[in-house]
Design a binder for this molecule. Structure first.
Ligand code: 5AD
Length: 488
């Protein structure tokens, strides 16, 4: 099929569906029959529907809701884990999918499940939802009291999406760029746009049958010094691609940068510009919410220090007015957390968002300037995408990456130019130090150069890659900016 940002016809979708369901044994489960799946999803109560709970939170201006990450291979242990997290106060639950499943390597995932059961410990780094099939995933759904979402990093998540949605999991994280460029080396963006058009068309199909399902582009990308305008642009592109396929409930995401004003500006502009672009292209009935990711870079090893960082992240999320926040745990620097550590992350985070539920970051000149700057940069990048795509968003996205007009720092994908280098300015805002072929105007580039020079001057050193390196390690060592010396 030719790549185009155009809603797939039902025939095209159902034809592809036959192929998708034939790629693994669980694809023939009778529960995947649409009649069966729709009947099951119609019985999902409102409080367990991800899309409805988010829409209500937005309408009621509720506090920022909290959601952890979590996944272990064996169903009974996974259910125990989710119960513990729900008891710790999670407003939404995840199932983090293991790396084999993310690579569609279901035979190895099967071995991992068997070994885990035999050795009585997790031999996979997540929950292999495809192998467990609809029956296993429905057991998980039926055992919890809040909405459930799959969180992963899968370039081709078509079968996974089929299985989780038919199981009552009413949200799927990911997108054509955000689950490709940071996660894969050699999957083309053209291919992942098609894979994710399928996932979105599946949600569109359910929407046509009266069932609302949430979709969440993965905002933080590589989680390392990503300038907000780059991640926001990608979030907006994925929201537009999803809306074209019939998705009606979208949560755009942002990974904490560390400067409070820039973070608040990023979340606010992400909400405003996603709404704006959706309206501009005629998608008038899409509900957009936001998700703030607690610090995604290197964490301090000390658990108390980690909780300090988690609490700061929660403060910024609450003040920014994000609808939802993804929590970290005091075990972050070590690996996959125990359920107890995961619960502690949720409790610390929720305490902060509750305390701050009636406070928002006030309007001020600095915030306005930062918001204007992000909007200008996003518009500049979006203009390029439509220009090089001759008006087609899907084609333009592929070309913009090919040409390096959109470039994600530190991404493994060979379909990403990888020429830009970010660094912090003197206030800790993330700016661009090396532009590569990034589609910024001269005026925007000048602003970034000036901001980074101010910092280098303050530190008495030249602008160089060393700033970037120092910034990457700074937070895990207890500072936001990687300065040569601190006067405290
Ligand atoms: N359980 C809990 N957290 C997980 N992460 C990855 N897999 C799991 C899992 N199975 C977390 C990492 C990191 C983030 C990207 O996802 O610890 O915080």
């Amino acid at each position: 099929m030719e790549l185009k940002n155009k809603k797939w016809t039902e025939e095209q979708f159902l034809e592809m569906r036959k192929h998708v369901l034939s790629t693994w044994r669980t694809g023939s489960d009778s529960e995947l029959n649409f009649e069966n799946a729709i009947e099951y999803l119609k019985k999902v109560p409102e409080e367990k529907n991800f899309a409805i709970k988010l829409a209500k939170a937005k309408a009621n201006k509720s506090r920022t809701l909290v959601q952890p990450r979590a996944g272990v291979p064996v169903i009974s242990s996974h259910i125990k884990l989710l119960h513990h997290l729900e008891e710790s106060g999670a407003d939404f639950l995840p199932s983090t999918i293991d790396s084999y499943t993310r690579q569609n390597r279901y035979v190895e995932a099967e071995k991992g499940i068997e070994e885990s059961a035999r050795e009585n410990r997790a031999m996979l780094n997540g929950f292999p939802a495809v192998n467990h099939g609809v029956q296993g995933c429905r057991m998980v759904y039926e055992s919890v009291g809040v909405p459930l979402q799959a969180r992963h990093g899968t370039p081709d998540s078509r079968l996974l999406a089929e299985i989780i949605h038919a199981s009552g999991w009413t949200s799927n994280e990911g997108g054509a760029i955000s689950y490709n460029v940071p996660y894969a080396k050699s999957v083309s963006i053209e291919d992942t746009i098609k894979y994710w058009q399928y996932c979105d068309r599946l949600v569109g199909y359910y929407e046509e049958h009266g069932i609302t399902i949430n979709r969440e582009p993965f905002g933080p990308l590589t989680g390392t010094l990503v300038p907000p305008s780059i991640s926001n642009t990608i979030g907006i592109i994925e929201a537009l691609l999803a809306a074209e396929q019939g998705v009606k409930n979208i949560t755009v995401g942002y990974g904490m940068g560390g400067n409070i004003i820039q973070d608040v500006a990023a979340v606010r502009t992400l909400q405003e510009q996603t709404d704006e672009y959706l309206k501009k292209f005629g998608y008038n009935d899409v509900i957009v919410t936001t998700v703030f990711h607690q610090w995604m870079g290197g964490f301090p090893a000390d658990e108390a220090e980690a909780l300090g960082l988690i609490s700061m992240s929660s403060t910024v999320a609450a003040l920014s007015g994000a609808t939802k926040m993804i929590t970290k745990t005091p075990h972050e620097s070590v690996g996959i957390p125990t359920k107890e550590a995961n619960g502690i992350g949720i409790k610390a985070s929720k305490m902060v968002t509750q305390l701050l539920q009636d406070q928002k970051f006030p309007e001020c000149e600095q915030l306005k300037q930062e918001m204007d700057q992000i909007k200008k940069e996003v518009n500049c990048l979006m203009d390029w995408v439509f220009k090089v795509g001759d008006g087609d968003l899907a084609v333009g996205t592929v070309k913009a990456f090919e040409l390096g007009l959109i470039d994600v720092p530190f991404a493994p994908s060979k379909f990403n130019a990888g020429l830009i280098l970010p660094a912090r300015d003197n206030d800790g805002c993330i700016r661009v130090l090396e532009f590569g072929k990034l589609g910024f105007s001269d005026e925007i580039k000048e602003f970034h150069r000036k901001k980074i020079s101010e910092r280098a001057e303050k530190e008495g050193r030249k602008v160089s890659f060393q700033l970037t390196v120092d910034d990457i390690y700074a937070v895990s060592n207890g500072h936001l900016i990687g300065r040569p010396t601190y006067n405290d």
